[in-house]
Ligand binder design. Sequence first.
Ligand code: CTP
Length: 400
Amino acid sequence: MDKPKVVLGVSGGIAAYKACELLRRLTESGHDVRVVPTASALHFVGEATWSALSGHPAVTQVWESVHEVPHVRIGQEADLVVVAPATADMLAKAAHGLADDLLTNTLLTARCPVVFAPAMHTEMWENQATQENVATLRRRGAVVLEPAVGRLTGVDTGKGRFPEPGEIFEICRRVLARGSAGRDLAGRHVVVSAGGTREPLDPVRYLGNRSSGRQGYALARTAVARGARVTLVAANSELPDPAGVDVVRVGTAVQLREAVLKAAADADAVVMAAAVADFRPAHYATGKIKKRDGEEPAPVELVRNPDVLAELSADRARPGQVVVGFAAETDDVLANGRAKLARKGCDLLVVNEVGESRTFGSTENEAVVLAADGGETPVPHGPKEALADIVWDLVAGRLA
Ligand code: CTP
C-alpha cells in the first residue's frame, strides 16, 4: 500500500522547532511527508532540517521546479495537510483564500482534510479578527485546534501555546483514519469528563478510585478529529493534555459538578466518562489525622455527593442536548445497565464490565451502549478510541 501523503505546512513562529518532532513522528509511523515552510518559518528552522527529517527536499517557493506545477500538485496529491504552527497571519490568509506563497496555494488546492495547530501570543489568539478567521475555517470543515495554555515565548503565560507534538500527531492520525467520513461534529461543542475524583480526608489522604482517564481522553481526542470544540473536565488524570482541547482540571466531585455544569451551558453533548465518587467524607480534617497508641481509629463518616449525570439529564441546558453516561458493572451487566439508564435519565449509557485487571488503566475496552429508545450497540474488544468513535457516531446521529 502507498504511504499516506501528508503535507506539513510550517508558518513563521518559534514553535516551528517543535514541528520537527511532529515531522519525526509522522515519518517514523510510515507517512510520506512533504514540508512546505513559509519564508518566515525558515528564519526559525532552516531548509536542511526539514529535508533531512522528511527525506525530501523542502519545497519553499512557487518558482522552484515550475514544470512540475508545485503550487497545484502538492495540495492535490495530499491525503492530509497539517499547518503547524499556524500563525495569526497564516489563519487570516487561509480564511480569506489568499495565495501569495507555496503554502497558501497548497491550502487552496487541497481537497483533503486540513488541520491547523495555531500558536501565538494570547492577545493575538483572542483578537476578534483571529477568532472570526478561526470560525470561518472551522465552518468550512477545517480542524483548528485550540491552543494549549502555558508558558509562551519570553516571560508570558496564557493561552496560545503550541500543543504537544505527540498529541498533534494523534489528532492527525485520527483525521487521516476517518478520511472521507468527515468532520460530522464541526460547529458542535462537546463536554467530556474524565478521570476519577478524589475526596480529601485530610491534607495528605483522600478516598479515590482507579480510573486513569484514558477513555475520557480518547473521547476528547476523537471529538477534536471530528471537528468539535471540546471541553475536557479532567479529574486527577496524569495523561498529557490532548491537543486542541480546553482542559479544566478538577479534584473532587463537587468541583467536577461545577466545571461540567458551567461548560454544559452551551454544549450540544455531554459525556460523563469520569468515575465520580458517590460519597465524600463528612468532615475534612485541616491537620493530618494522627494515630494514638491504645485508641481505636475513628470511623469515617460519609455523605452523598451530587449525581452530576442525573442532574444534567433532568435539567438539560439546551433543548436536544445529548447526555451520555458510563456505567462500570461487575455482574448482571445488561440488567444493571438498563436499570441505571432509566434511573439516571440519560440518552445513552456505555456499560463496561470491570474487575481488578479489566478496563481501569488499560488501553482497551469492551462494552455495550444502551440507548433510552431501546437501542443496544455492542462494542467488541478494542482500543478505547474505537469505543469513543462509536459513542460519537451515536451522538452525531441524535444531533443530526
Ligand atoms: N456519576 C455522576 N455523579 C456521581 C456518580 C456517578 O455523574 N455522583 C456518573 C458517572 O460519571 C457515570 C455514571 O454516573 O457516567 C455512572 O456511574 P456509576 O458509578 O456506575 O453509577 P452509580 O450511580 O454510582 O451506581 P452504583 O454505584 O450503584 O453502581
